[in-house]
Design a protein around this ligand. Structure first.
Ligand code: SAM
Length: 227
């Protein structure tokens, strides 16, 4: 295992990664699985679908592929809802197989156990090219930083970078502006992050910002809609 990265177990029993140098985890200590369902599935995918019930396919942009948990749960969502998803994700520092092969996400919810093979498939998929992973889920996984990424029209943004105090550059208004610019009308931007500066920046970028209850253990999260 990389000497900078260590697998940890969060409060709901699911794994996350601890980055020793940044002193930062990839998910909430209170539960990686629970946080991802709450922030990205419930307040991301489900909410977007309620406002946009007929639009197909759904184009998603994720900042920070990381453990692949968000991507995997989105694939499961796409298959269960039978809605085609085009998933664009970026990650400058991919995890080694030695780490991702030990993550315990497929054991967290037995009702989605039969999708387990896709977790490995997401990681094994080649970088920087489009891949059809399942009937309803196509992915382009790019080994690149947000600062250098080419962005495409998007319906749903999962902004899942490390916290602004650890990685302020990624949350700069200018970069957020690049993301907002490619959001389609009616698109949603969702993140675990609840800091005031982000909310002010998203408002300045003309998004309609909502402060929502966070997952267990976190008071708030942020969601914003493009008009
Ligand atoms: C909070 S974790 C993401 C968790 C991920 N969504 C998951 O499901 O595990 C943040 C991720 O952003 C990546 N990252 C770091 N710098 C970045 C940058 N400049 N642009 C995009 N991603 C970056 C990190 O390597 C890390 O994997």
């Amino acid at each position: 295992m990389s000497d900078k990265l260590r697998i940890i177990t969060t409060d709901d029993g699911s794994h996350s990664i601890y980055h020793e140098e940044l002193k930062e985890t990839y998910h909430s200590f209170h539960g990686a699985f629970r946080e991802t369902i709450h922030v990205y599935m419930l307040y991301g995918m489900d909410s977007w679908l309620m406002r946009n019930p007929t639009k197909r396919p759904i184009r998603i942009f994720e900042v920070g592929f990381g453990t692949g948990l968000t991507a995997w749960l989105t694939l499961v969502w796409a298959e269960q809802n039978q809605i085609p998803v085009l998933y664009h994700t970026i990650e400058p520092f991919p995890l080694s197989e030695e780490i991702y092969s030990r993550l315990n996400y497929i054991e967290q919810d037995h009702s989605i156990w039969h999708y387990h093979k896709y977790f490995k498939a997401l990681h094994d998929a080649p970088w920087n090219e489009g891949v059809i992973l399942s009937e309803y889920f196509n992915m382009k996984k790019e080994n690149i930083k947000l600062e250098d990424a080419q962005l495409y029209p998007t319906d749903v943004v999962f902004f899942d970078a490390f916290a602004p105090k650890k990685q302020p550059d990624v949350w700069k208004k200018e970069l957020l502006g690049n993301v907002v610019e490619v959001m389609n009308p009616g698109a949603v931007f969702t993140t675990y992050c609840a800091v005031g500066k982000l909310r002010r920046d998203l408002k300045d970028l003309a998004l309609e910002v909502e402060i929502l209850p966070g997952p267990l253990g976190k008071k708030e999260m942020t969601r914003a809609w493009k008009k």
